[in-house]
Design a protein around this ligand. Structure first.
Ligand SMILES: *Cc1c(COP(=O)(O)O)cnc(C)c1O
Length: 425
């Protein structure tokens, strides 16, 4: 039994002394997780941003069952298979036009690692000495050494600092301060050693759900292009409808040189990632000289069952009114956020597509530091899965969430904020 035996499992982002993990999920369905005792939990953060349409979408589950009748893992050098081929064609059709090749891996972090290696390989194989990476302040690209290097430095990676490589960082383009971001980028580009700008388009996720304007992204792309700097769009979180469009880059009307996808790629059912790139980047690795090969693989590259799940996700995007569903959800957030406008408990309210963000006015940083865990406990007790980022509460539900579920989530947030906002406890 769970209660009598201490578990050997080490959970992610979990301080086991303070927050032991004791609750088990027995099954999932739609927008909900169900605990073993039957308690329903509204998955208001889509199980860390992966579930798009809803848990166990029938089409995706069916595709997984069917693929598992024919395939397990297949080596992806020397051989290819139908799910990987169909998916690659489908992705290129749906992605911003100009992307021509698809490299598979298995997580968001690896999709970004692959992107960085593609960018460096591109310049290396062309005999150009460019290896510096530009990122944005507050960004998050994953938890491997390479992606931590590109992300915001802080408590999450302080222990590993000595191993992280240095990058150049742009100030966040907050409303009214966009020009200083663009100027900083222009200055860095003039150095001549910048290989790529790695960026989360429109919304910086783990860095606090910070939102910036599409035109800034378009300008960054224009500057990058002018200096032969590659643009890597990390759409691991923003992809698959989160920001209101299929991909966030589409709102800026740009095609990145490299596009990183994971999380919602399979609708969140099974792990898979894809890094898309232009023909130019692929061709820089074409050579009679084998040393120009793209030397990257992971054991589970292009897992056929995962690829089949992703193909089913693409079919859902083609055949179901997903765009309308997203527009309705976004409008629903807009209406409900209004109840908090002018409310002094909130420092800021913002929204990008299906992502609704409520930043709490917490009185002190000491207070702030335990706001997250206290809110989490409160939400959990009310059957609501929300994990605030410090004093930032956000909702990023599966698209199948009902208006009633949303009403309940907002009402619970309204109650919860009294716990941590204002003058006293
Ligand atoms: C989650 C995330 C990643 C990392 O994805 P994993 O699958 O957790 O490795 C990378 N970039 C962004 C923008 C993310 O939100």
């Amino acid at each position: 039994m769970l209660k009598s035996l201490p578990s050997p499992v080490w959970h992610p982002f979990t301080q086991h002394r303070l927050d032991p993990v004791t609750r088990r999920i027995a099954r999932t369905e739609g927008a909900f997780l169900y605990e073993e005792d039957g308690q329903a939990v509204l998955d208001a953060i889509s199980s860390w941003w992966v579930i798009t349409h809803g848990h166990r979408h029938p089409g995706i589950m069916q595709a997984i069952r069917e693929a598992s009748e024919r395939f397990d893992q297949i080596i992806f050098a020397d051989y290819t298979h139908e799910p990987a081929e169909t998916l690659a064609r489908g992705l290129i059709e749906l992605a911003p036009s100009g992307l021509a090749h698809v490299f598979y891996s298995d997580s968001g972090s690896t999709s970004v690692e692959v992107a960085l290696k593609m960018a460096l390989g591109f310049f290396h194989n062309r005999g150009m000495p460019r290896s510096r990476i530009v990122v944005m302040e507050h960004s998050y690209h994953g938890d491997t050494i390479g992606t931590m290097s590109a992300g915001e430095r802080g408590v999450f990676n302080a222990a590993y600092g000595p191993l992280l490589f240095s990058v150049d960082s742009l100030p966040f383009p907050a409303a009214g301060q966009e020009q200083s971001t663009l100027d900083a980028f222009e200055r860095l580009c003039r150095q001549g050693d910048i290989a790529a700008l790695l960026i989360e388009p429109l919304v910086l996720g783990a860095g606090g759900m910070r939102i910036y304007a599409p035109w800034v992204l378009a300008e960054l792309k224009r500057i990058a292009e002018g200096h032969g700097v590659l643009l890597i769009a990390d759409e691991v979180m923003t992809g698959w409808g989160r920001t209101g469009s299929l991909f966030a880059c589409q709102q800026a009307g740009i095609t990145p040189d490299i596009l990183c996808l994971s999380k919602g790629l399979t609708g969140g059912a099974v792990p898979l990632a894809a890094t898309l790139c232009t023909a130019e980047i692929f061709e820089a690795h074409l050579s009679d000289d084998r040393s120009h090969t793209f030397f990257h693989s992971s054991s589970y590259t292009a897992n056929p069952i995962a690829c089949a799940a992703a193909c089913a996700n693409l079919d859902i995007w083609r055949s179901e009114p997903v765009a309308e569903r997203i527009a309705t959800l976004a409008a629903g957030h807009g209406r409900r956020l209004k109840r908090f406008r002018g409310d002094p408990r909130f420092a800021d309210l913002r929204q990008c597509g299906t992502i609704a963000v409520m930043e709490i006015n917490a009185p002190s940083s000491g207070y702030l530091s335990d706001a997250g865990p206290r809110l989490r406990t409160f939400f959990k007790a009310r059957g609501l899965l929300i994990r605030p980022l410090g004093n930032v509460i956000y909702l990023m539900t599966p698209y199948c969430v009902t208006p009633d579920d949303l009403d309940r989530a907002y009402a619970t947030i309204d109650e919860a904020v009294d716990l941590v906002a204002g003058d006293g406890r």
